[in-house]
Write a protein that binds this ligand. Structure first.
Ligand SMILES: O=C(O)c1ccccc1N[C@@H]1O[C@H](COP(=O)(O)O)[C@@H](O)[C@H]1O
Length: 207
């Protein structure tokens, strides 16, 4: 079964809908560089609507350690997700399990960076280029997804209800991560798109 993370939620009704539909993880974008940014206090209120056994993830991107500490204190997420140029040492320094996004925009050369994060709980391969911001709906060549890494791999970037089944068949990820593909506008999730996306993932037979 392919796990599903829905990211960039900003409204309590969207959190309830995503988890009712069966999302395995909910992501809150904490970096102020994003249009989907939520304040730590607001993220904590959204987090309170997440039921047990659904993982909460706080997304940061080259943010100051003091800000990340504030996020951890106020939101208490299950995991951190790093989207910038953070090193394995930096990502590991908070004592919280973490995911590291790898920018696959330039294709095969990006694969070398996957070895740089031995302490990551999972690696998220995303369609944006190095130095660009994620969450922009860019996909990459799914056939580049490695099949020989010990760490679980998450597939992200430009996934929609229409393409996610093909993406899973090609990339065989542990999980998929979606943001813009289930939105009507940045940060505003669309109930119908969420339902169609989650149904499309669940309809793919296990490998
Ligand atoms: O969602 C954002 O605004 C964002 C900002 C900065 C870095 C990452 C961001 N989102 C993450 O990007 C991927 C792909 O998103 P999409 O489905 O292509 O829109 C995903 O992990 C988002 O969480």
């Amino acid at each position: 079964m392919t796990r599903i993370k829905c990211c960039g939620l900003t409204r309590i009704d969207d959190v309830r809908r995503a988890t009712q539909l069966g999302a395995d993880a909910i992501g809150f974008v904490m970096t102020r560089k994003s249009k989907r940014f939520v304040e730590p206090g607001q993220a904590a209120r959204l987090r309170d609507a997440v039921p047990p056994f659904v993982t909460t993830v706080a997304l940061v991107m080259d943010d100051e350690p003091a800000f990340i500490e504030e996020v951890l204190r106020v939101l208490r997420p299950d995991m951190l997700q790093f989207h910038g140029n953070e090193s394995d040492d930096e990502c590991s320094s908070y004592g919280v399990r973490y995911l590291k996004a790898i920018a696959m925009g330039e294709g095969a050369p990006a694969l070398a960076r996957l070895r740089d994060y031995p302490r990551a709980a999972g690696l998220l391969l995303d369609g944006h280029g190095l130095g660009e911001q994620g969450g922009s709906g860019q996909r990459f060549d799914w056939s580049l997804m490695p099949k020989d890494l010990a760490q679980p791999l998450l597939l992200a970037g430009g996934l929609t209800a229409e393409n996610v089944a093909e993406a899973i068949r090609i990339a065989r990820p542990w999980a998929v991560d979606v943001s813009s593909g289930i939105e009507s506008s940045p940060g505003i999730k669309d109930s119908d798109k969420m339902e169609r996306f989650i149904s499309a993932v669940r309809a793919v037979p296990s490998a």
